[in-house]
Write a protein that binds this ligand. Structure first.
Ligand SMILES: NC(=O)c1ccc[n+]([C@@H]2O[C@H](COP(=O)([O-])OP(=O)(O)OC[C@H]3O[C@@H](n4cnc5c(N)ncnc54)[C@H](O)[C@@H]3O)[C@@H](O)[C@H]2O)c1
Length: 355
């Protein structure tokens, strides 16, 4: 029987959702500590619970030998330092998106994982759900075939209440806008389904809120496979919807519009040749509903630690998402397509924020 992995969650904002998911996986994880500078917030999250201890200092967590995994749920500009310190303290790390603030920082963390023998698992929980698994199986079975085009919509609604925490909406704190912080999940999805991006052309604008960073984007992508994709992003929609549509030689796939769990909504898979629909439906009928969202991600992480990797989000995936973001900001600034991968001598390798 595999052992339970002991976790400390650092940051009690989205950390609350992480805690809920770990609690639903009691055979895989034990949350020992919830740490936040804001003691009242921790108290509120833990409420009557006695099984999780509270802490206000990250040092106490890093010095606790009983903690195996540090789950970083801090604002983005604090991720790199805590990931580094946790690895050096002999812990493995789960880190919320965006992983760090540059591809160069991601490369430093990759080197540090090799030195310390510890792992970092970036968070992209949108991948996990029945629709997402069905899409993957259709690709792996060959029924989807050659990828032609895709469209991604991240149309969410964010107003002044969202920007109350001072770190949000700024280059120094949030590190970027809707491309970095909201659509990052959809772009991770894209690479997960269509493979790596070859080049990107982006137009960005701040049109919805009075903030430093972008809240609208129109992005055009060419994939390594040759497939063409468009990504439309705004934080000025009437409500929150996320939608993906992929056209392959064998079928067209369309997600539902669940904003924060697009892999879980109702997907449709329509054969281009009607006589192939039965084969598609037969394969879909064989797929059992998997653990979704954070539960799916954490299950995949526990499996990877226990020696069965393959379903987790890898550190390379986290790096790739930052490479994409760097290219988007560079393209918008230079008004030209940017080719990927980004080389270490590219001006955006060390960060995408404006000079
Ligand atoms: N995966 C997702 O869908 C998703 C959703 C929301 C947020 N996030 C990410 O989660 C991260 C946190 O976002 P949030 O919305 O929870 O932010 P938040 O501001 O609501 O919470 C961050 C918490 O960190 C605490 N904190 C700050 N510095 C600290 C320190 N040195 N030690 C201990 N605690 C400290 C703050 O007191 C605060 O309670 C961000 O990277 C964000 O992008 C991801």
């Amino acid at each position: 029987m595999s052992k339970r992995h002991s976790v400390a969650i650092i940051g009690a904002g989205i950390g609350r959702e992480h805690l809920d998911a770990y609690r639903q996986l009691p055979e895989r994880f034990e949350v020992k500590t919830l740490c936040d500078l804001n003691e009242a917030r921790v108290r509120e999250v833990l409420s009557e619970s006695t099984e999780v201890q509270s802490a206000t200092s990250v040092d106490s967590v890093l010095n606790d030998p009983s903690i195996e995994l540090v789950d970083v749920c801090l604002p983005p500009h604090l991720h790199f330092d805590l990931c580094k310190r946790a690895l050096q303290a002999g812990k493995s790390v789960i880190c919320e998106k965006p992983l760090v603030s540059s591809v160069s920082d991601a490369d430093q963390l990759i080197a540090l994982t090799k030195q310390t023998g510890q792992s970092i698992f970036p968070v992209f929980q949108y991948r996990y759900g029945l629709g997402g698994l069905q899409m993957r199986k259709l690709i792996d079975s060959g029924l989807a075939g050659k990828a032609f085009t895709g469209t991604l919509e991240t149309h969410w609604n964010r107003g002044s209440a969202y920007y109350e925490p001072q770190w949000r909406g700024t280059w120094a704190g949030e590190q970027g806008g809707a491309v970095l912080n909201h659509a990052i999940h959809m772009h991770d999805w894209l690479s997960f389904i269509f493979g790596p991006v070859a080049s990107v052309y982006a137009d960005l604008a701040t049109r919805v809120n009075d903030i430093e960073v972008e809240d609208c984007a129109a992005i055009s992508l060419r994939m390594h496979s040759g497939a063409l994709v468009t990504s439309s992003i705004t934080l000025g929609a009437a409500d929150d919807t996320s939608r993906l549509r992929f056209c392959f030689a064998g079928l067209t796939a369309e997600s539902g519009s669940n904003p924060y769990a697009p892999a879980q909504g109702k997907w449709t898979f329509t054969a281009r040749e009607p006589n192939q629909q039965e084969k598609i439906d037969d394969l879909l009928n064989e797929i059992a509903t998997p653990a979704a969202s954070y539960m799916g991600l954490f299950t995949a992480i526990a499996d990877a630690i226990d020696g069965n990797p393959g379903q987790e989000v890898t550190l390379q995936d986290g790096r790739q998402s930052l490479e994409f973001v760097s290219a988007v900001y560079a393209s918008a600034r230079e008004h030209k397509p940017i080719a990927l991968p980004l080389t270490s001598d590219h001006p955006s390798y060390k960060g995408w924020a404006p000079p």
